[in-house]
Design a protein around this ligand. Structure first.
Ligand code: ADP
Length: 615
């Protein structure tokens, strides 16, 4: 059943094992670390509530003093009593004010800390998920879980509880004092409660449904916005702003429709609630006034009673509000807990740190079969065998969609193959320590992704102990090797220049060279290169190429080649087609063979392009 629920929420048939189901108690449990603060806040809450409850009683006494005065006429005595009562009320109000202030401060502070911890834990869980998970789930959806859902959950174990307890305390005291004042009137008033409770039950079921559906719709809207902003250049270049607005409006309108349904339900419920509650009070007033006339109740008692009845009504109402926000929180928590508990399907990395030849790592793919988790039925790689000796360079070429990038992804251990294995220095990748593996293997991809930070940050990014552990001299050294130092120095802020989101403020060739500097800062033994197909200007291309050639020296290199010069300099060329190695050998051998490779090269040559692949 649990498995079924997982599939429903994320279409995540392959999800890793999950620990606990989402429950209301777990939601409250989020505030566990706040126990001391909450206990203190609860004491303040009780003091504040008692002060609130005491006021109507004293107000009733005040009225009775007036009425007695009008009957007996001892002015000095009456005034003295009134003064005393005023001091009492003011004293109680002062204590109540301070206590209520402390309560609100402590509970709200606790709620903020709960949300912060929850977001931090959720982010940690998400960032550790396998790449296949991110292939399936859209970023906008995750962003929504992280911001919107956690926001709904933040008050569940703290502020909501505070309001619920305070309201319950005031309501219970109110009911007790009502009964002490007039049992008959109390019974009459409470007749309306069952009606309100039934209405509330109906409302809460509807509210839960609308919240869940509304959150799903809102996640979709976030996804649309995220996609459009993330690809703003594409949107602009096709002049698709209007279409983007329409797509977003459509998504947001779905959110609106659930919001409106929820608003309508709450309107009906609260309107009904108000009518029943005030109707009950009017009846009580009418009946109570008759009792005063009959001398069975004093006017002061009736006043206190009515105020208590209003208190009870208002506080039962606020409990209803709290419960409805708790219902929203439960709706949101199901998904958040599910993500929080999700264990990545990729087994955790081992602890080995194989140290092979310093000249480069020994990389081997042995009978590797692989299908992407998103398309488990289609084998993208079908028994790949590839061995790259330390310090050698193997070029992958072949038609687009053949599986070249997939091979690189497996060497990065973004995925594990279904059969066979990838070995670094004879050790299967899953057995190798996670950070160590990624320090040993570096990648420079076609479209390098930079972070919206400084050039220094972007180059230092790969360092194991974080950017702070890297000196400017080290970064400069790497940038020089990558032919990046000169252009970086030409910026007024040098290494402190901000590159903009995804590096938009740099040219293609500059981004490439920053990425090359980033890749070699960790001194990797294996380099994975995906040559840029997008045309760089001749000068940039030469600089990038020179940098790549320089860093490839004395390293094991697996390169997805698009340039003739790359394949010519490779120790071996493997033609990857339809998930298998169709041909292998040196450039010269393969040309002589006159097979797929020769055809590829000839096509490129006739097209006049410097590329050896069609991708
Ligand atoms: P190449 O690099 O040779 O152009 P790829 O390795 O990128 O080829 O792709 C091989 C096949 O795998 C293609 O059919 C492609 O559609 C599919 N593929 C690539 N990435 C994914 C993914 N993340 N999820 C599902 N299928 C994918």
């Amino acid at each position: 059943r649990d498995g079924q629920a997982q599939q429903d929420l994320f279409g995540d048939a392959e999800a890793g094992e999950r620990k606990k189901p989402a429950t209301v108690w777990r939601l409250f449990g989020l505030a566990k670390e706040e126990t001391c603060v909450l206990l203190l806040a609860t004491v303040a809450l009780f003091v504040g509530s008692l002060a609130t409850v005491a006021v109507p009683k004293l107000a009733g006494n005040l009225i009775d003093v007036c009425i007695n005065f009008s009957r007996q006429g001892d002015e000095r005595d009456a005034k003295a009593k009134l003064d005393l009562m005023l001091y009492e009320i003011l004293g109680i109000l002062a204590v109540g004010g301070v206590a209520n202030g402390i309560r609100a401060w402590l509970f709200n502070g606790a709620a903020e800390r709960v949300m912060c911890r929850l977001r931090s834990r959720l982010f940690k869980s998400l960032i550790g998920q396998e790449i296949g998970f991110f292939d399936r789930i859209r970023t906008g959806e995750l962003m929504n879980r992280l911001s919107e859902d956690t926001r709904l959950m933040k008050s569940a174990g703290t502020t909501s509880v505070s309001i619920a307890i305070r309201s319950a305390v005031v309501a219970i005291f109110g009911i007790v004092l009502m009964f002490m004042t007039s049992p008959l009137l109390s019974a009459l008033t409470l007749c309306s409660l069952p009606i309100i409770l039934v209405a509330f039950r109906t409302y809460s079921l509807l509210a839960k449904k609308y919240t869940r559906e509304g959150l799903t719709a809102s996640a979709e809207a976030s996804t649309v916005a995220e996609e459009c902003f993330g690809s703003i250049r594409t949107v602009r270049s096709f002049a698709k702003e209007q279409a983007a607005c329409e797509r977003y409006d459509k998504a947001i309108n779905r959110t609106l429709s659930y919001g409106l349904k929820s608003a309508r339900a709450s309107g009906v419920f609260f309107g009904f609630n108000f009518t029943v509650a005030t109707g009950a009070i009017v009846c009580v007033l009418w009946y109570g006034a008759r009792q005063v006339v009959e001398g069975k109740l004093t006017a002061g008692e009736l006043s206190s009673f009515v105020i208590y009845a209003m208190y009870v009504g208002a506080n039962v109402g606020s409990i209803a509000n709290v419960v409805s926000s708790l219902i929203q929180a439960v709706g949101a928590s199901e998904r958040v807990f599910e993500l929080l508990d999700r264990l990545p399907t990729l087994p955790p990395a081992g602890s080995q740190k194989p140290r092979g030849s310093p000249a480069g790592g020994d990389l081997e793919l042995r009978d590797v079969w692989f299908a992407y988790p998103a398309r488990p039925d289609i084998n993208v790689l079908k028994g790949i065998n590839l061995h790259i000796q330390p310090g050698r360079k193997v070029a992958l070429v072949g038609p687009s969609g053949g599986g070249k990038s997939t091979i690189v992804s497996l060497v990065e251990r973004f995925y594990d193959p279904q059969a066979g294995a990838v070995y670094l220095d004879g050790v299967p990748l899953p057995a190798i320590h996670h950070q160590f593996l990624h320090q040993q293997i570096s990648i420079v991809s076609q479209e390098p992704v930079l972070f919206a930070d400084t050039i220094f940050y972007n180059i230092a990014f790969g360092m194991r102990r974080g950017e702070d552990s890297v000196s400017l001299a080290q970064v400069e050294e790497a940038a020089k090797v990558a032919n990046a130092h000169d252009f970086i120095c030409s910026f007024p802020q040098g290494y402190r220049t901000s590159v903009g989101e995804r590096g938009v403020r740099l040219s293609g060739g500059q981004k490439q060279r920053v990425a090359i500097a980033r890749a070699i800062l960790t001194q990797p033994r294996v380099l994975l290169l995906d040559e840029a197909t997008s045309a760089l200007d001749a000068e940039s291309e030469a600089l990038v190429q020179e940098a790549l050639d320089r860093i490839a020296r004395d390293r094991t290199v697996l390169v997805i080649a698009h340039r003739l010069s790359t394949v010519q300099s490779a120790s071996e060329v493997a033609v990857i087609s339809d998930g298998t190695i169709a041909e292998r050998g040196t450039h010269t051998e393969l040309l002589a063979k006159g097979g797929v490779y020769a055809l590829l090269v000839r096509r490129q040559l006739t097209a006049g392009a410097p590329s050896a692949s069609t991708s």
